[in-house]
Write a protein that binds this ligand. Structure first.
Ligand SMILES: [Zn+2]
Length: 61
């Protein structure tokens, strides 16, 4: 078993378990609030997440 990385949801601060082999650009769903988070960077046991959909509010039409 591989160790899981730990990351926190930027919105509700819930702890997410990120697979060690998580790839940049992978989408994770927060177990706390259901927010979709994109893996921006993985290095040295630290995972950087970014909330999806915060760049430009494109509601489509
Ligand atoms: Zn959350």
């Amino acid at each position: 078993m591989k160790t899981l990385e730990k990351a926190r949801c930027p919105d509700c601060d819930a702890e997410l378990e990120v697979p060690e082999d998580a790839m940049q650009g992978e989408i994770l769903t927060c177990p706390g609030c259901g927010l979709e988070l994109e893996v921006k960077q993985v290095k040295g046991g630290s995972v950087e997440l970014q909330e999806l959909g915060i760049e430009g509010e494109d509601w489509g039409e």
